[in-house]
Write a protein that binds this ligand. Structure first.
Ligand code: NAI
Ligand code: MG
Length: 337
């Protein structure tokens, strides 16, 4: 079956890492049809908006988007496109795998875990939903709903089940933030009881930070609310070698958007220095999502092999002497070998 996909090349290093990623997808013969859609700085220039309606329509039509990083202009009244996209398509699950790869200067080996972050509520509300901001007192709101908690915890358990994972850890602060975090924890316990084959663990967020740094191998799937998930998933990216290797999926009922966690890296744009791995790993998540997990695994295994054997082909951020294009070339050669 052939799938059609909306592709946003993105700003800064976006086009370079997207070209590398599409080369690898082509080598895998995924049979995708791409519609390239405009967003970010080029869209602002051409259409006067960072994300034109036509681009939203294309994502809606295909239901799947692969997205390069986008620059949010600072201090010009623009709100983040990523946040806009998450809201527009109700992309409630932010799924961020943290997998160890060889030769990446990380502290640990053999980490293989996934953070599932609630992406639509928690402490990250729309403008106007904040309570008080009078210059002397700032009061923000944390919103947790039963529906929002149910769907994210269920997503985490279903992901564990479908990917052969054994344990789900719900991270919370229910001891202090009793109303909202307490509701999340109550719902997590209820949903967990529907999955007797998967171990359920509860952990208070401060302890979770310490445990992640001391003994990350105890974690498998972590599910948590928006703010904790934002922080913990970056911590996890740090455990496995940093931004160049951190992919993320934003998943909802109507659409799913796959992207690198890092930004548009204007400091290295146009120099072919960008590591394409994060976007490639996001593409691997997309393949898993579309029922082509074997091809997703080929990408992950290919990256592992190239990192181990072709230091001359990988990018300088992870100690290689190659560039974006040679990294892609090495992966294409791996696939054809
Ligand atoms: P950044 O992630 O773009 O860069 C941080 C540092 O990491 C830089 O030194 C950069 O060179 C390096 N880096 C990032 N990705 C890399 C890669 N693939 N290979 C090698 N080195 C890499 O974060 P920064 O500088 O805070 O943001 C730059 C722009 O990106 C901003 O306009 C920001 O709004 C946007 N941004 C967009 C995101 C998205 O679209 N998902 C996410 C984060 C930031
Ligand atoms: Mg973040």
């Amino acid at each position: 079956m052939s799938h059609s996909i909306a592709v946003i090349k993105g700003d800064g290093i976006g086009p370079e890492i997207m070209d590398a990623t599409l080369r690898v997808l082509d080598a895998l013969e995924c049979g995708f049809e791409y519609e390239f859609v405009d967003a970010g700085l080029s869209a602002l220039e051409n259409h006067g908006t960072l994300i034109p309606q036509a681009s939203l329509d294309a994502i809606e039509k295909h239901g799947i988007a692969l997205k390069g990083p986008l620059t949010t202009p600072i201090g010009k009244g623009f709100s983040s496109i990523n946040v806009q996209l998450r809201r527009h398509f109700d992309l409630y699950a932010n799924v961020r795998p943290a997998i160890s790869f060889p030769g990446t200067r990380s502290r640990f080996e053999d980490i293989d875990m996934i953070t599932v972050r609630e992406n639509t509520e928690g402490a990250y509300l729309s403008d106007g939903q904040e309570m008080i901001d009078d210059g002397n007192t700032g009061i923000s709101v944390i919103k947790v709903t039963r529906k929002g908690s149910e769907r994210i915890v269920r997503y985490a358990f279903e992901l564990a089940k479908s990917s052969g994972r054994k344990k789900v850890t719900a991270v919370h602060k229910a001891n202090i933030i009793k109303t909202s975090s307490g509701l999340f924890l109550d719902v997590a316990r209820e949903i967990a009881s529907e999955y007797p084959d998967i171990e359920f663990q509860e952990m208070i967020v401060d302890n979770a930070c310490m445990q992640l740094v001391m003994n990350p191998h105890q974690f498998d799937v972590v599910v948590t609310t928006n703010l904790f998930g934002d922080i913990l998933s970056d911590l996890c990216a740090g455990l496995v070698g940093g931004l160049g290797l951190a992919p993320g999926a934003n998943i909802g009922e109507r659409a799913a958007i796959f992207e690198a966690v890092h930004g548009s890296a204007p400091d290295i744009a146009g120099k072919k220095l960008a590591n394409p791995c994060a976007l490639l790993l996001a593409a691997a998540q997309m393949l898993d999502h579309l029922g082509m997990a074997d091809k997703g695994e080929t990408i992950r295994h290919g990256i592992r092999t190239v990192l181990e054997t072709r230091r001359d082909m990988v990018t300088p951020d992870i100690g290689g002497t190659g560039n974006t294009d040679t990294f892609a070339q090495a992966l294409v050669e791996y696939i054809h070998a």
